[in-house]
Every structure is written in structure tokens, then in C-alpha cells.
Write a new protein. Structure first.
Length: 329
């Protein structure tokens, strides 16, 4: 843990809206993931102007990143004890929802044991933990947005391991609003890099439109697409304002995967990113069997979290337009 990626500034410390942000050290995991990339690319001004050290980690390190394997709980503990960060932002996760069904131990190690190890080490060193979590901790059987305090009831291994990570943090550090641990649940994350629905759909739109075949997409699962840009902004705001407890963040609105795929085709065609979009055909979940069951409804009630953050989300379609422009440029 010796090679640090740092942004240092000799400027006077700035006052943020709630609390002065002084010298700060942040340990980031999953730095090469979708969210990790967005976080590294969007350091907010208030933090840039303080004396900030960002220790950005990834599984194998290199390219300015520090190696930290989240499947190794002892290494996670040692990383915190060594660096003594003011914040750990745990954006790394085992996110392969279907593969998790056949790799439950690895998913559990990364998604449950690593957050527990961070929490246990931080109970000794101090500092705050921001744990990213997911709509998949809920069963998706209700027809209105999930509230912050609803009981978890995951459907598959991925959701169960993320729920176990949440529970571990609650046990070790507690989840009080003025406390030391924050859970930020989000949904349907996509951005200009990484493995995500947008990039998959852009590829499939191209292929299917060339082959004059329909693109079949599930229309009976509803949630909200969330761009990494908006999500990274929410994370940084939580750090700036020292917000803890359970929080929800997604872009605004609601969509099915079918709606999302149609919008991707339309907006990519309009922007010239796609020459021609495929025709999208709605199908039922039953017509697209996957190893892991997914929640049919996973909107998150973000009202109070947005107020605490002081952020107004973009509508998902507007956010999508901006990401497509980024991908196409
Ligand atoms: N993606 C979504 O739709 C979604 C929805 C709701 C919530 N979330 C949550 O949001 C957070 C960020 O997700 P994301 O979309 O940015 O995920 P992502 O793009 O899959 O990135 C996850 C990162 O974690 C890393 N990682 C996995 N196993 C590791 C290990 N053993 N050691 C070190 N690093 C490891 C991955 O590295 P490798 O590439 O080397 O595996 C990857 O860089 C996660 O907590 C996720 O659960 C995501």
C-alpha cells in the first residue's frame, strides 16, 4: 500500500455546505469499474481544493493503481490499518449477477466479507465507510418505490451477498445518520466504459439492424437506469457532507429494459452514434431465462436522500443522451 495516487493542493481549505473538508485521505476500491472510473474522473472542486490523497485500488494494481484483492479480507483489513483513510469508498464488487449463482463463495467473499473487514478495521482506525449497494437486495414484488428502511429480501446469490455486506456494516459500525457508515443503494448502472446494458445494446442494435432482425428485450422488469456520472456526483456529495446511514440514488423516472433499449436506439441514431437502430421487440422475462432471478420492480425511493445530498437528478433519458454523446465522441 505504498504507491499512492494523489491530488494535492496547497490552496486554502474550502468550506463545503455542511462541514469543513480539511486534509483528507480516501481509499477507493473498484477503481477500474464503471463507478470507480467515474469517481476518479469527477473529483469535485471542493475536494480538489482541500489537501486530498486518493488511494485508488484495483484487483491487480498497475497504471497508477494500488493492488487490493477484495476476495482477501486480511488484505482489506491491512489496507485500512496501513492507510488509515478518512473514507473508504467501496465501489468494487462482484457484479456478475448470473455467474454468482455458480460462484457463491467468491461473490460472498467480495461482497460481504470485504465490507465487513473494512468496517472492522475502521472501527479501530476511525474514518467513514461508503458502501455501494443495490436494488437487488429487494425481491421486487411490490409496485411502489422501495423505502430506505424496508426489509431486505434478495432473490439470488448476488443480491444475497450484497445484503450480507450491508448487514455486516450495520453490525460493526451501525447505520446512524450521524454515524460512521453509509450505504448507497442504486440501480441499473451504466456509463461510457465497462460492461453495461448501454454498450451491449449499442452493439446489438448495430448487429440486428444489419441483419434486419428484431432486438428482443424484456419489457416486464421495471427500474431506473442510473448514469455513473450522476452516481459519482452523489457519492462525492456524501463525502463532502459527511452523510451516513442508508441512502438511495438513481436518475429520475422509471423504465423497463425494453424502454431503455428503445431509447438507446433512438438517441444513438439521433446523435449519429448508430447509423441505424434495430427494431426492438418487447418480450417477457419468461422468454429470456437467466440463471439468476431478477426483481420485477426495483424503483428506489430517493426522495429524502436527494434532499440530504442537495442534488436534483436528471431524468434517465436526458442522462442517457449525454452518455451516448460521450460514447460517440
Ligand atoms: N452495475 C449495476 O447495474 C449496479 C446496480 C446497482 C448497484 N451496483 C453496485 O454499484 C457498485 C459499482 O458497480 P459497477 O457497476 O461500477 O461495477 P463494475 O463495473 O462491475 O466494477 C466492479 C469493480 O470491482 C472489481 N472487483 C471485482 N472483484 C474484485 C476483487 N476480488 N478484487 C478487487 N476488485 C474486484 C472489478 O474488477 P475486475 O474488472 O477486475 O473484476 C471492477 O473493477 C457495486 O457495489 C455494485 O454492486 C451496480
Amino acid at each position: 500500500m505504498r504507491k499512492h495516487l494523489s491530488w494535492l493542493s496547497s490552496n486554502e481549505l474550502e468550506r463545503c455546505s455542511h462541514e469543513r473538508v480539511g486534509d483528507m485521505k480516501i481509499l477507493l476500491t473498484g477503481s477500474e469499474g464503471q463507478l470507480g472510473c467515474a469517481l476518479r474522473g469527477s473529483l469535485p472542486k471542493v475536494l480538489q481544493n482541500s489537501s486530498l490523497e486518493l488511494i485508488a485500488t484495483s484487483r491487480s494494481g498497475g497504471d497508477g493503481l494500488v493492488a487490493l484483492d477484495l476476495a482477501d479480507a486480511d488484505a482489506c483489513r491491512a489496507a485500512v490499518l496501513d492507510a488509515q483513510p478518512d473514507w473508504v469508498i467501496n465501489a468494487g464488487a462482484y457484479t456478475a449477477v448470473d455467474r454468482a449463482e455458480t460462484e457463491p463463495e467468491l461473490a460472498h467473499a467480495v461482497n460481504a466479507l470485504a465490507p465487513r473487514a473494512f468496517a472492522e478495521a475502521m472501527a479501530q482506525t476511525g474514518g467513514r465507510l461508503l458502501q455501494l449497494s443495490t436494488d437487488f437486495v429487494f425481491n421486487g414484488r411490490q409496485g411502489h418505490p422501495y423505502k430506505l428502511d424496508q426489509p431486505r429480501d434478495p432473490l439470488g446469490v448476488y443480491g444475497a451477498t450484497k445484503a450480507a455486506g450491508e448487514q455486516a456494516i450495520a453490525e460493526v459500525l451501525g447505520l446512524e445518520r450521524e454515524g460512521r457508515a453509509a450505504l448507497l443503494r442504486t440501480s441499473w448502472v451504466y456509463g461510457p466504459v465497462g460492461a453495461n446494458f448501454l454498450l451491449t445494446m449499442l452493439r446489438l442494435h448495430r448487429q440486428k439492424s444489419l441483419a434486419a432482425e428484431p432486438l428482443r428485450v424484456v419489457a416486464d422488469q421495471v427500474g431506473c437506469p442510473t448514469s455513473t456520472a450522476g452516481l459519482a456526483g452523489a457519492c462525492w456529495r456524501m463525502v463532502e457532507r459527511q452523510l451516513c446511514g442508508v441512502m438511495h440514488w438513481s436518475d429520475a423516472g422509471a423504465a423497463s429494459w425494453y424502454d431503455f433499449a428503445v431509447a438507446i436506439g433512438e438517441l444513438a441514431e439521433d446523435s449519429g452514434t448508430l447509423e441505424s437502430a434495430a427494431q426492438v421487440q418487447p418480450i417477457a422475462t419468461a422468454d429470456y431465462p437467466t440463471p439468476a432471478q431478477r426483481p420485477a420492480y426495483s424503483l428506489l425511493d430517493c426522495t429524502s436522500s436527494r434532499e440530504l445530498m442537495g442534488l436534483v437528478p436528471k431524468h434517465w433519458r436526458q442522462a442517457l443522451k449525454e452518455v451516448i454523446a460521450d460514447v460517440g465522441s
